[in-house]
Design a protein around this ligand. Structure first.
Ligand code: CO8
Length: 264
């Protein structure tokens, strides 16, 4: 089937099994307008439903991953319009519905909604010079797409309070030191993307069923008590003895062969 065409994003499959989504509103530093988010969700769904795709990368430009939600779109919004239309709800689709692992590759600005989008992804890589922040307070508002919750879980209350109350930016280097970023790359967008692609290719090379289950159980750790989380993990671990790929993987190990995954 022909690849769908989009206005505000680019999509490609740069390596087998890897779907790449590039935010592409260069004139607005990839500000996340509603039309852009609609396309992003459609592209995510498309890859998530594609059996040949095992990992997704979301990236932006050298200068900006995304400089926030679209301030010009939001400026005239009324409470009733935002509330009645559930303005921000489409932003939850990535966290609520996408089961394929998603890597954020952040170069340049990731501010406001851009920082929140990066925090929604499963793995975050950035350049050391990337610039993150929740500057909403400067605009007379607050983070609205999970930033106050996800950033606080990622870096602790005192640091999150300082950042959200002052609106100051933090660097990619700080993101690495605080554990927001799994990896900080020296260099520019090319080096960043190379690292993200290697990781995405590795993930896409494993059994889909095992990868989906792994993502699911790690995410449960953010929602459940330790005991409930451990029990949830154990049930799913037991369940995987019913998969073909558990037999394929363990048999291949014993026979010193490379597993040929069935993804079942
Ligand atoms: N929204 C709309 N347009 C933007 C945005 C944005 N967030 N960011 C940049 N732009 C536009 C600029 O207006 C400018 O357009 P034009 O050329 O027409 O004037 C163009 O992009 C280039 O930007 P600058 O000229 O400002 O570029 P600089 O290199 O001088 O500055 C900065 C770069 C520092 C990143 C600066 O653009 C900036 O401060 N941007 C705004 C950052 C910000 O405040 N982000 C938070 C937005 S609020 C938010 O995200 C709330 C999230 C809540 C959840 C979302 C619900 C939907």
């Amino acid at each position: 089937s022909a690849a769908p065409s989009y206005e505000h994003i680019l999509t490609s499959i740069p390596k087998p099994g890897v779907g790449l989504i590039t935010l592409n509103r260069p004139k607005a530093l990839n500000a996340l307008s509603s039309p852009l988010f609609k396309e992003l969700n459609a592209a995510l769904d498309n890859y998530d439903n594609d059996k040949s795709i095992g990992a997704i990368i979301i990236t932006g430009s050298e200068k900006a991953f995304a400089a926030g939600a679209d301030i010009k779109e939001m400026a005239p919004l009324s409470f009733s319009a935002a509330y009645n239309d559930n303005f921000i709800a489409p932003w939850s689709h990535l966290s609520n519905a996408i089961r394929t692992p998603v890597i954020a590759a952040v170069s340049g600005y990731a501010l406001g909604g851009g920082c929140e989008l990066a925090l929604m992804c499963d793995i975050l890589y950035c350049t050391s010079k990337a610039s993150f922040g929740q500057p909403e307070v400067k605009l007379g508002t607050i983070p609205g797409a999970g930033g106050s919750q996800r950033l606080t879980r990622a870096i602790g209350k005192s640091r999150a309070m300082e950042l959200i109350l002052t609106g100051r930016n933090f660097s990619g280097k700080e993101a690495g030191e605080w554990g927001v970023a799994a990896r900080v790359v020296e260099g520019g967008k090319d080096e960043l993307l190379e690292e993200a692609l290697k990781t995405a290719e590795t993930i896409a090379g494993y059994s889909r069923v095992a990868v989906l289950a792994a993502k699911e159980v790690v995410n449960k750790s953010q929602e459940l008590s330790l005991r409930e989380g451990v029990e949830y993990e154990r049930s799913l671990f037991h369940g995987l003895f019913g998969s073909k790929d558990q037999k394929i993987g363990m048999t291949a190990f014993a026979e010193k062969k490379k597993p040929e995954w069935s993804h079942e």
